[in-house]
Design a binder for this molecule. Structure first.
Ligand SMILES: [Fe+2]
Length: 358
């Protein structure tokens, strides 16, 4: 089998040995450069990249061990040391210092060629290994860069979604506001009621410890709580004096009608179940389902508190708005029957009402 032409440096101070080695190795298909050693050897090693170095140990000017040390420190080239029969201790020592192997003089051609092949195989393996490590590192780096790039893209997308969601939310709250004002327009005496409700409910909800999602539902529900009044005749809503039994029954349907309108609208299901319960009483005497206590959604109990305050404080077809002290007294009176007493306490103690004008 033909051996690939690979370059080998032979360093020996004795010319006959160099010549013999060169002849053997050239015949075996190697490209051989020979050197007698000396200080110039380091320059030779620096200038040309050899795949293998065969080096005598005992040399007058620069010792083979020094050349070995230099090669180990600066190059990937494996080193085979040449040693005389009497130098076996030194041979063991150079193995410890990193020589690939040693060959006894006089050199037997077969031994030498076998050792050279092993050394070159070892070097190939070493370089291949290093190449794989580099490729692996490169792959890792490109993977990390890809992950970073994707993360950046996702962050950007998340930001876009967030701002789109913000825009959508602000648009939908504006729509709901317009809807709420349309309902108000039917009932001339409740002007501004929905907006005040929105403020009072969100403030009370915040104090009651509601989370962001609950507060959002509450905000919508506070604006839409009387949506069902679209089905009630304006004459009934604006009637001067008490309502008849059938008129009263008509008005009392508005929570259920609002629920029917809202329940099938995407994302409004939660709002529907709050709105339907805003006329439930804490003691179970309310409508439409007669729920009591914590069976009534907390958002609906909050709306009930704010609704009573605002309804009593505002002018009505049959009376002027009542003084704040009177309203608060009435709220205290119905705390535990009509209203959730804890929420009434929170409402009054924190003077939530002080920021709205009726
Ligand atoms: Fe209502």
């Amino acid at each position: 089998m033909e051996v690939a032409k690979r370059n080998i440096l032979v360093v020996d101070d004795e010319e006959p040995i160099r010549k013999v080695l060169k002849t053997h190795l050239t015949k075996a298909g190697y490209s051989v450069v020979q050197s007698s050693g000396g200080k110039g050897i380091f320059e030779v090693l620096e200038d040309t990249q050899f795949e293998l170095l065969i080096c005598d140990i005992k040399m007058p000017e620069v010792d083979g061990v020094d050349i070995l040390r230099y090669t180990k420190e600066h190059l990937d080239t494996p080193v085979i040391m040449l040693t005389g029969l009497t130098d076996t201790a030194v041979a063991v020592d150079v193995m410890k210092k990193g020589a690939f192997d040693y060959v006894m003089k006089p050199v037997k051609k077969e031994d030498l060629l076998g050792t050279i092949q092993k050394a070159l195989d070892y070097r190939d393996l070493l370089l291949r290994n290093r190449q794989l490590e580099l490729e692996n590192m490169e792959y890792q780096r490109s993977l990390e860069a890809k992950v970073e790039e994707r993360t950046g893209e996702l962050r950007l997308k998340a930001k876009e979604l967030e701002s789109a969601y913000g825009a959508m939310k602000s648009m939908s709250i504006q729509f709901v506001n317009v809807l709420a004002e349309t309902i108000e327009a039917k009932d001339h005496y409740t002007r501004g009621h929905c907006n005040r409700m929105r403020y009072l409910c969100v403030e009370l909800g915040r104090l009651a410890g509601l989370g962001a999602e609950q507060l959002e539902l509450l905000e919508y529900a506070s604006l839409l709580h009387d949506l069902g009044k679209v089905s009630v005749n304006e004459l009934i809503l604006n009637k001067q004096g008490p309502l008849t039994e059938s008129e009263c029954a008509r008005v009392r349907k508005h929570p259920v009608i609002a629920e029917k309108i809202l329940v099938d609208i995407p994302l409004m299901g939660g709002v529907a179940s709050i709105v339907v319960a805003h006329h439930e009483n804490f003691d179970g005497s309310g409508y439409p389902r007669g729920l009591s206590g914590i069976d009534i959604p907390v958002e609906a109990r909050i709306i009930a508190v704010a609704d009573l305050y605002d309804a009593m404080s505002s002018d009505r077809p049959y009376r002027d708005g009542l003084a704040r002290e009177v309203v608060l007294e009435e709220m205290e009176r119905v705390a535990g029957t009509q209203l959730d007493p804890g929420l009434v306490r929170l409402f009054i103690d924190n003077k939530i009402y002080s920021f709205v004008k009726n």
